[in-house]
Design a protein around this ligand. Sequence first.
Ligand SMILES: [Zn+2]
Length: 240
Amino acid sequence: MKRHIIRISGLLIAICMIIGLGICPAQAAKRRRSQYTIGIDPGHQRYGDSSTEPSAPGSRVRKAKVAGGTRGRYTGLPEYKLTLQVAKKLKQELKDRGYKVVMTRSRNDVNISNSKRAKKLNRRCDIAIRLHADGGASSAHGASMQCSSRNNRYVGHLYSKCNRLSRDILRAYCSETGMRSRGIAYRDDLTGTNFSTIPVTLIEMGFMTNRSDDRYMAKSSNQYLMAEGIANGVDDYFGF
Ligand SMILES: [Zn+2]
């Protein structure tokens, strides 16, 4: 009898260990992710604000506080709505994986300048992801990143991190969505990037002026894939 009990309890311990091994790595990864806070800036807002602000800290160059953004040529969906729809799904996906998330806005009816958005994310986040969609010729399609260059006077010292973040997100996003990769463009004239004190990137998720990109991005089920792709890129960046 005693031997039976020992054998059964041994078996139970073995089962618990097997189950535990399955659960623990996932929980441990979730716990490790929880030390990072991801900033999301859904680009634009219902009404642009053409009054100006410096395009970088201390700069004499001034730009509109928030540009109006583009609009789906085929779906009619405005860019500010698309970026918020994807941002909300991305927030949920990142939180499900264990990250903390801060958004610059969770409504369309706001007026928050690009420098203010950057400052809000600087205060609490480890990285910042700016969500946008492109406009151009109807034949232009695919996703790209806008990253500050090595020579940027304000965030140039973060270049290698910004570049790696851009590369990781673009690769994962295109692999999840099947979007064509247009690569990384280096720009030092973006207010929301120049005011950043943390690694930052901007994704142009696709062209709202291209029939297939526009229809793809407007569909809610695809937006979950877009969010998943970006979250995979964040995981890659942090090494999860
Ligand atoms: Zn935009």
